[in-house]
Write a protein that binds this ligand. Structure first.
Ligand SMILES: [Zn+2]
Length: 412
């Protein structure tokens, strides 16, 4: 039976590819969150076609307004269930939003997917519509062959991962819509590696207010740009301190990593900027990555203090995103079981990794308290021009999900 499931997926790679292409064609760029309803409808139709009871949940407008300041772009999350009365349930999560595009793409339009060298090109091909297609194909294969998974399956397709996931995975966890014992987030590791967590992140926005004056009489103003430059300069000492051994975290594969600080990912002036005016406003961002072992609240206190000490005149600091680091014990039954599925399909030893970028895993593993792992397709040039995924990897990922569904969590 098991081999027939694998044969089914191998035989239907054209359909798997077509399904990934159809998902890429729906432009779900976030921000601002385009075509979420069209995407939720398309996924609902797919689930219904697979005889998976599914429901689309629209986030109430007031909650969207509260977080985003506007409800012009509504948020939708879909939950589907294949309940066969098993004692345990595994939740599979994937986000359907993609990051904005820039630059010249090989096939012109990033939402009109192209094929070259055995790879599917398009925004979202690797992050993470390819994984959605692979997951749906795994379910389809089990259904088509007529075998049941070793656990109940719950799937969610959620919004907004690329902007922090509060109204996506975070929302379904907070609303109690996840009813599972384990979580698999369909990204965060690929190939022969199983994702056992990710770094944390803290975003700060620093705003300095000066006083405008004529450029010929700068002594009458307060130059916000120079004040910002001075803060940035003084933060170099803070940044250097992150590189010392006491902050170091050693990953499962022995690789050492330290916390990082990216300064000025975004920066801008104020209204009324002019070459002959003393600038009255300046703002810039800080992106601080936390390694496991670091506490979010303590890191935020420390960084806010460093900014406050450096700022003259005083500045305003906002924190639009806080995500704690998340690490899963690789000896737990879930990563061990998933690794066995990876090995069976990829025919190579599996390893564990912690990704430096964050995913939605923390919502399930930290806020939701579920043992969770990350595993998806191996995208290339993620977030960049010519994002792509190899068709062979789509097939092997679908087979890995199917193998895990068939084996379950027991060692055998
Ligand atoms: Zn992603």
């Amino acid at each position: 039976m098991k081999s027939r499931v694998h044969q089914y997926i191998e035989k239907h790679q054209e359909q798997l590819l077509g399904s990934a292409q159809a998902l890429v064609r729906v432009n779900t760029v976030n921000p601002p969150g385009h075509n979420y309803q069209a995407m939720a409808d398309a996924l609902l139709e797919r689930c219904q076609g697979l005889d998976l009871p599914a429901q689309v949940h629209r986030v109430p407008d007031q909650e969207v307004r509260r977080l985003l300041g506007s409800d012009e772009f509504p948020r939708y999350n879909l939950i589907a269930r294949w309940d066969i009365g098993r004692p345990q349930t595994v939740h599979f999560n994937a986000h359907y939003d993609v990051v904005p595009c820039a630059g010249q793409w090989k096939f012109g339009d990033p939402f009109e997917p192209g094929l070259a060298g055995g790879a599917l090109y398009g925004r979202g091909a690797g992050d993470m519509k390819g994984a959605i297609a692979a997951l749906l194909m795994a379910v389809e294969a089990l259904k088509a062959v007529g075998v049941e998974p070793a656990f109940n399956i719950e799937c969610s397709f959620t919004a907004d991962e690329e902007t922090g996931g509060q109204l996506g995975a975070g929302w379904i966890v907070n609303k109690g819509l996840v009813n599972a014992d384990f979580a698999v987030v369909c990204e965060g590791a690929a190939g022969t590696q199983v994702g056992c967590g990710h770094n944390g992140v803290l975003w700060l926005e620093v705003e300095l207010t000066g006083k405008a004056a004529h450029a010929s009489r700068p002594e009458q103003g307060v130059n916000a740009f120079e004040a910002m430059a001075s803060v940035v300069q003084k933060l170099q000492a803070y940044k250097r301190k992150l590189n010392v051994a006491e902050h170091r975290y050693v990953d499962f594969d022995g690789e050492a990593r330290n916390p990082t600080l990216n300064i000025g990912g975004t920066f801008s002036g104020g209204e009324g900027d002019k070459i002959n005016t003393v600038p009255a406003g300046a703002r810039f961002s800080l992106d601080r990555r936390l390694v496991p072992g670091e506490q979010l609240a303590a890191v935020e206190r420390e960084l806010r203090r460093a900014v406050a000490r450096a700022a003259e005149p005083p500045c305003r600091v906002a924190a639009p995103l806080r995500i704690a680091p998340c690490v899963v014990n690789a000896d737990h039954a879930l990563p061990q079981a998933f690794a066995r599925a990876v090995q069976a399909v990829r025919r190579r030893a599996a390893g564990y990794r912690l990704s430096s970028g964050f995913t939605d895993l923390h919502y399930f593993a930290v806020a939701g308290g579920l043992p969770g792992i990350g595993y998806g397709v191996k995208g290339e040039r993620i977030h960049g021009v010519d994002e792509r995924v190899r068709v062979r990897d789509l097939v092997l990922t679908a087979r890995t999900y199917a193998e895990f569904m068939l084996r379950g969590l027991e060692a055998h």
